[in-house]
Design a protein around this ligand. Structure first.
Ligand code: DHE
Length: 546
């Protein structure tokens, strides 16, 4: 089913069920349709399709009504220091849409449609059969291990950029508001997930990389990964769905569906049933046939053993509610996972299959992406995260054997300069002296448009790199160009890349810095780069280097 059609179903079911009179607010069908679309695009990720809250607070009608239309309008327009973007201020929502959303939140949330097996099957397409794919990298693909897959968020495409030549070698269609990509264990295939739940796989061995298969098992998704254990290399991929909440295992070469497991279940602490128990981060073990999966609302981490793919074994680990993103520690034994609405980092020992500790992150809403790992001269191995809701950067000791005094506690905390949070990602590479941090959702324009450079040994910000205003010039001055977002290194770690997030109307650049001298080495400027956000280098993604 196309996204537009899904919206019509949502609208139709909702109009009947809404009790519009009870709230005293009436919306026409056209307004409902528009508001449902805006809600899905801008709000559902943080507040939930059923509006029960997660990273952002609950927006259920009783809460929204208590806040009131005028205050809601102000929040939607201006954002909050806690990390809520100012959708009106940035020009992404018009004043009429801001007003509409303030009203929409005060009426019952439409129930999003389930996904039928017929729908799912119809969405599965093998675009290039395995037998017609190259058997070795083609002549034009000699640098494939240093390719970057770059999300072109608002146009639902992926740019494949050669890390050596810096040329955009291919732009491939993907799902709606594409979210992330991950590679298979060999790196040959790049897996992509759209927010509309459409997964696709790109063959990087082709001189002109193309989608070779696609499949849409859900209506809302954020994660995808692959089997990285040596006996299952490039065998399976796994899609994590927000709605309907589920884990979908597929064949890695064809995306043919193999197994679907619902994640709707009970909160770990109070045993309340949660229909919207969404799948957030998924990370593949390199030593076991296992995916480590965050079930956001219930606060469980599932260790999903895929060795008997039709009869998976699942270990449910109690962690903390609202698990979001996270990554491996340096040893790849411990999964460091942010329960961001609880200001906690949950540490999972994947060797023993148990929670090590819930560590207060000492900041507001930790948001690590994958985080950054450093083998520090005196502290030993540490893992670093920033926060959306405060300017704190914290380092947690991760080596209980050789550095037991530092293990599983915040061993260093320091601040990004200026007020407020807004940091989304930190990243490093063993061959760089630095950790890089962005701040694209800080309300202050200056703070939002700088790169923060953290010395790995001193563990403090040693430099800020302001972005040259010429790269932030919007085609429409009323719609701001968002500042740099997300970092990724090239395969040997000598360069760090960041994207100007930009806006839908204006092509953006990707800036490439020397990861040690911090000199701006290249500017990747191509008209097709519309809203580039996440970047995923083949070698670093394959090996989980961050
Ligand atoms: Fe993401 C990772 C969910 C908004 C860019 N994001 C993740 C992960 C989750 C998640 C669960 C972990 C995936 C994994 O590791 O398997 N993201 C969400 C949301 O629910 C949220 C807050 C709101 C929404 O509506 O989607 C959201 N994310 C964004 C953005 O607006 C970002 C900044 C820009 C964009 O392109 O959408 C964004 N998210 C990313 C990126 C990663 C990510 C680049 C991977 C980081 C990495 O280095 O691995």
């Amino acid at each position: 089913m196309k996204f537009g059609k899904i919206l019509s179903v949502v609208v139709a079911t909702s109009v009947a069920a809404m009790g519009l009179q009870a709230s005293g607010i009436k919306l026409s069908d056209a307004e409902m349709k528009e508001a449902t679309q805006v809600y899905f695009d801008r709000c559902a990720g943080c507040h939930g399709m059923l509006r029960k809250g997660a990273l952002g607070p609950s927006l259920e009608p009783k809460v929204a009504k208590a806040i009131g239309t005028e205050a809601l309008k102000m929040i939607v327009n201006d954002g909050t220091p806690g990390g809520m973007p100012g959708w009106g201020k940035s020009g992404e929502l018009t004043p009429a849409q801001t007003d509409l959303m303030a009203k929409y939140m005060q009426i019952e949330a439409p129930m999003p449609p389930e996904k039928s097996m017929a729908d799912m099957k119809a969405s599965h397409k093998i675009l290039i059969p395995v037998k017609d794919r190259p058997t070795a990298p083609e002549a034009g693909a000699k640098n494939w291990k240093d390719y970057f897959a770059v999300i072109l968020r608002d146009v639902g495409k992926i740019a494949i950029i050669d890390g050596k030549t810096k040329k955009v070698i291919s732009v491939v269609d993907s799902g709606y508001a594409t979210h992330i990509t991950r590679t298979g264990a060999s790196g040959r295939y790049m897996y992509v997930i759209g927010r509309d739940g459409k997964a696709s796989v790109i063959d990087l061995w082709m001189s002109d990389p193309k989608n070779v298969a696609e499949f849409r098992p859900c209506n809302d998704a954020r994660s995808i990964d692959t089997s990285k254990h040596k006996d299952y290399l490039d065998k399976y991929a796994v899609i994590g769905c927000y709605w309907p909440p589920s884990i979908v295992t597929v064949d890695a070469e064809t995306l043919e569906p193999l197994k679907i497991v619902s994640t709707a279940s009970y909160t770990y602490d109070t045993n309340e049933y949660v229909r919207e128990a969404r799948v957030a981060a998924i990370i593949a073990s390199h030593t076991k046939p296992e995916w480590v999966i965050n079930i956001k609302e219930t606060g469980q981490v599932w260790l999903y053993d895929y060795s008997n793919v039709m009869n998976p074994k699942i270990t449910m680990i109690e962690a903390e509610r609202f698990l979001h993103d996270g990554g491996w520690d340096l040893s790849k034994r411990y999964f460091m996972s942010a329960a961001n609405a609880r200001d906690v980092i949950s540490v999972i020992d994947t060797k023993e299959g148990k929670l090590v500790k819930n560590i207060p992150s000492q900041g507001v809403k930790p948001h690590p992406g994958r985080g950054a790992n450093v083998d520090h001269k005196t502290l030993g191995p540490i893992w670093i995260t920033g926060h959306i809701g405060s300017n704190d950067i914290v380092a947690i000791g991760t080596d209980p054997e050789n550095h037991p005094k530092n293990a599983w506690k915040v061993v260093k905390k320091f601040a990004l300069p200026g007020e407020g949070g807004g940091n989304l990602f930190v990243k490093t590479h063993p061959n760089s002296k630095y950790i890089f941090a962005d701040r694209p959702v800080n309300p202050d324009r200056k703070l939002q448009t700088q790169i923060y450079v953290i010395d790995k040994e001193k563990l403090e910000v040693v430099k800020t790199i302001p972005i040259d205003p010429k790269y932030l010039k919007s085609a429409d001055p009323k719609v701001a160009m968002r500042g740099p977002v997300h970092f990724e290194f090239n395969a040997d770690g000598s360069e760090v890349w960041t994207s100007i997030w930009g806006n839908k109307l204006t092509p953006s650049v990707i800036l490439v810095y020397d990861s040690n001298t911090l000199e701006l080495k290249s500017v990747i400027d191509d008209k097709r780069l519309i809203t580039p956000t996440g970047k995923f280098n083949v070698t670093n993604t394959m090996k989980d280097i961050y």
